[in-house]
Design a protein around this ligand. Structure first.
Ligand SMILES: [Zn+2]
Length: 256
């Protein structure tokens, strides 16, 4: 028999009902619609977590819910900010309400094992409250929150993934890691010929509101996507999918 689940938006309601009855876990990705430089699509933060969740769904019964496509407001130092055409965001209170209501809908469908899988840096910190509110209303569910999708890479891992040095996750926007993952998952959506390396003229360890112009690279690229490769993307995909699978099996008591 094929694993139960797959992309929920391609399932019928009786298939969803059957998956919920069988206590199959569901992964709800939370991404963004946000500029990702001139070479990656606005939906990058949704394509990547969906691709990772689907990779895990090939190993175990898993329902992959439609992603939340609007994320928390883009910040200059981690996503270029709100000034780029096509970046569409929600204020934090709207995002909290949205995620809480979607989790509530999954609970009403009968799902008890719900994983919230975040891919947009700015969503972190906001999603815990959405999960907490949903859990108050639906005490029957257990929510696994993956606020940061990254495993704790060792120094050796980071050296292999970033041969020219690890720049920090906050500037890994439209850069080496995301471009590599898109090579691995959706190469049809990567415009190789438009890749530019860029960085903010100033990138302090604090933030300023409103963001000064020198915090925002003109291209929207925060580092060096020219260093991306499909092989690096495959390494990231395997490591992140392994961690997601491990968390699902551990917290939902599923034998490996
Ligand atoms: Zn991104």
């Amino acid at each position: 028999m094929l694993p139960r689940g797959g992309l929920m938006e391609e399932m019928t309601w009786p298939e969803v009902a059957e998956a919920a009855r069988a206590n199959v876990p569901v992964v709800l990705s939370v991404g963004s619609t946000e500029q990702h430089g001139p070479h990656l699509p606005l939906g990058t933060d949704c394509h990547i977590p969906l691709g990772i969740a689907l990779a895990v769904a090939r190993r175990m019964d898993l329902v992959v819910a439609p992603p939340i496509r609007f994320g928390a407001r883009s910040r200059a130092l981690s996503g270029g900010g709100e000034g780029f055409p096509g970046t569409l965001s929600l204020r934090a209170t709207t995002l909290i309400a949205t995620v809480q209501e979607v989790i509530g809908g999954l609970a009403r469908a009968g799902f008890r094992r719900i994983c919230v899988f975040n891919w947009h840096y700015e969503n972190a910190g906001v999603l815990w409250e959405a999960c907490d509110l949903a859990s108050e209303r639906h005490p029957e569910i257990r929510v696994l929150l993956m606020e940061s999708p990254m495993p704790n890479f060792s120094a050796d891992d980071l050296a292999a993934l970033f041969p020219n040095g690890f720049p920090g996750w906050d500037v890994e926007h439209a850069s080496i890691m995301e471009t590599s993952l898109m090579y691995a998952l959706r190469p049809d959506l990567v415009h190789r010929d438009r890749i530019v390396d860029d960085e903010a003229r100033r990138h302090p360890t604090w933030d300023v509101v409103p963001p000064p112009a020198e915090f925002i690279p003109r291209s929207g690229v925060l580092w060096h996507p020219s260093e991306a490769t499909p092989e690096i993307g495959q390494r990231f995909l395997t490591a992140i999918a392994n961690r997601l699978e491990e968390a699902l099996r551990t917290e939902f008591h599923l034998p490996g």
